[in-house]
Every structure is written in C-alpha cells, then in structure tokens.
Design a protein around this ligand. Structure first.
Ligand SMILES: [Zn+2]
Length: 297
C-alpha cells in the first residue's frame, strides 16, 4: 500500500471507531417519573406554561407518561382532567403533594392538618383515577423522618400500597423505612434524585440490597454523568447492576426546568443510549410503567 492510501485508510479507521464509540440515543418512550406542575407554571389558567405548552413539551420529547404532583394539588388535578392530556398521548399517574404552600415544606412531618389533607385528597381521587402515591416531600434534617405525621404517612402508604417519592438523604431512607409495618421490606419508596447530596455509590448499593422495593429517580444526581454528558463509570456499573430499580424524571420544580425540558430529555436519551438497549428501555420506561401499571395506549 502506498503511503498516501495508508494514511487515508488510517483516517477512515479512526472515523469508523469514533462512530462506533458514539452510541445512538435511546429512541423509545420516556416515563417522566418526577414532574411538578406548580401554580407559578400555570397560575390557575394563564401563567407562562399553560397545559398546551407543557403537554407539547412532553409530546415532542416522547414522554408518554408522567408522575404528576404539584403545589397545591390543583395542577395535578388539571393535568389529570384535561382532554388535552389524553390527546397528547400522556398518561398521568397522580401523586398527592404534601404542600399547600411553601411554609409546609418545613413543617409537614409534624402538622396534623397535612395528614387530614392527604386523606381528603386520597378519598377525592382525580379524573385520571385514584392517587397512586404521596410526594414529593423533602426532609432537610433526616431526623424529622421520625416526626409524628411522617410516621403516620409512611404507615398509611404501605397499608394502602401507595408509592412514596422522597427527597431525603440516605440516613432518612433508613428512618422512613423503619416507620412502616414491614420495616421497609414491602415499602415502595422512590428515592428522588437517588440522594441529591451525593450519597456514595456503595451506600446506594447497600440500601438497594437492604430494601427490595426501593427505587431511584435520577434527576440532579451528582456524579451520574461526567464529560460531555456521558455516564460516569461507577454509575454505569450501578445502573447495570440494578437495571430494574432506576427511573428518570424532569423535576420541574421551577419554571426554568420547563424552559429546558427539551434539553433535559435529550440528555437522558443520550446517556441511556450508552447502555444496552434493554437496560435503557427499563430505565427510560419499563421500571416506572411496571411500578404504576401503565401501558402505552
Ligand atoms: Zn422535585
């Protein structure tokens, strides 16, 4: 081979291996398992992100189902009731939010009126069917997992087979689980962000091993992705160790998250595409769909 053709062959080889290294993005359905439709997004009717706007964002990103919760619960009720939601091909899994306003964030775990509100909402249900879970709730101090209302809500959730979406640290996972009749063995808890404080991978692994129904939602998870949005090696390993235990979510807690909804979902599709197709499909759709009994219509 002449020198010039050698060089050309080498360039082609490099180009080919670069192509092979860049896996195709995950193209299947997405289940947004952590979505808020708070009052500042739509303001009852108007607001910057009315129903047609948020539904269009879901639709163009292939989001076919959502866990909806909102402060107050009216946003969830609106998503559940609107014919526009069905027209967009989006299934709503409604959750009862524990917050009527921002003051409730720091007090729900000891406020009896929150317990009453949850029971009223559960009895009322939504036009998309009964509430399937409670949350998202926050515990900024993990010892508040032992607050009287937190204890009652965890027992209620397990008894009624409700899923709990909890934004807590790893210590609070143990405390919340201890407050259920099965001591966490039958508790369907989804750990929002799988520990936003960055609990080490080994600790996540330990908790997953300890609680068979514990699952992790991955928005804002520190250390999940490294350069260029690619999965960090230790997280790739953990996802492949527990492909049936993770799910993705937008966490539209402020309006800015709605503005970047496309980018968020594209980011998920990119790193899901690095995984074997079956694992990508499980994390992108199957795990949440299985947990909430959702099928694509
Ligand atoms: Zn959230």
């Amino acid at each position: 081979m002449k020198r010039s053709s050698c060089a050309r062959a080498a360039i082609i080889l490099i180009a080919c291996s670069a192509l092979a290294a860049h896996a195709a993005d995950y193209a299947g359905p997405l289940f947004d398992a952590h979505l808020h439709y708070n009052e500042e997004a739509w303001n009852g009717q108007a607001g910057p992100h009315p129903l047609p706007d948020v539904l269009a964002r879901m639709q163009r990103n292939g989001v076919r189902a959502i866990v909806a919760n909102s402060r107050p619960n009216d946003g969830t009720q609106a998503l559940a009731a609107s014919p526009l939601t069905r027209q967009a091909g989006v299934t709503v899994v409604p959750f009862v939010r524990l917050y009527r306003n921002r003051a409730d964030y720091d007090n729900w775990f000891r406020d009896e009126s929150i317990y009453t509100m949850v029971q009223t909402e559960l009895a009322r249900g939504t036009e998309a069917g009964p509430f399937k879970g409670i949350g998202e709730f926050h515990l900024y101090d993990s010892t508040n997992a032992n607050g009287p209302v937190a204890k009652k809500l965890m027992a209620l959730a397990e008894e009624k087979n409700l899923v709990v979406l909890a934004h807590v640290d790893d210590a609070a996972i143990d405390l919340l689980m201890a407050n259920t009749p099965s001591r966490g063995q039958k508790m369907r808890l989804v750990w929002a962000h799988t520990g936003i404080g960055g609990a080490p991978v080994a600790r996540v692994d330990q908790l997953f091993a300890k609680y068979p129904l514990l699952m992790g939602e991955l928005s804002y998870r520190p250390g999940l992705t490294c350069d260029n949005g690619k999965l960090c090696p230790e997280w790739r390993e953990l996802l492949l160790k527990y492909p049936a235990r993770f799910m993705i979510g937008s966490d539209t807690w402020v309006n800015q998250r709605w503005q970047y909804y496309d980018e968020l979902m594209k980011g998920y599709r990119a790193w899901l595409g690095e995984l074997p197709p079956q694992a990508a499909r499980r994390i992108g759709w199957d795990n949440a769909a299985g947990l909430y009994g959702v099928t694509i219509k």
